[in-house]
Design a protein around this ligand. Sequence first.
Ligand SMILES: [Zn+2]
Length: 197
Amino acid sequence: MECKKAVSCIHEYLDGLLDRSAQATLDQHLRTCANCRRLFKQLEMMEQRIRMLKHVDTPDLTDRIMNSLPAPLKSRKAINWLKRHPALTAAVIFIVVMFSSLAALWNTDDQLVISTAEFDKIQVVGNRVIVPAGETIQGDLVVENGEVVVEGRVMGNLVVIDGTYTASTANIAGRITTVNQLFDWLWYKIAGLFGTV
Ligand SMILES: [Zn+2]
């Protein structure tokens, strides 16, 4: 078995999709190839972390993350924050490790996610999320992987994660935050967990 084939087999194996005979061939390759063995261990560990993360990711925690809406953050700002909060740094590092597992999935997960208290007031067309003219959303609007068009008003913050928006600042009572960089995204989640910033 070639390494290239082994890598795709490893992914299938971790997804539980690899049949028994292919598994045996993969095992044989892993016994003889240190590179693939290392990759296998890394991916397996990542899977475990993700499973753990799913376990702790209660709806309550998700709400806390979503309700905490920091301003756009620069990495320097994050580093300064860590320096000012040494006691939390160890915990932050732990979470970074947890989330860096998810980071590997960052580009593959392009599902539209909308978080708002007033779902009935918005229109969703494909990946476009529209707040129609004349409608007012009380509270925050958080959209992941979408194209946000605000023609009406949002009384809270607008958060666009890995997406675009068309909105006049006059239509948004709170802040507009865009999160497109992986680091910003991690930071956003971490800051949310601690309810700071
Ligand atoms: Zn190999």
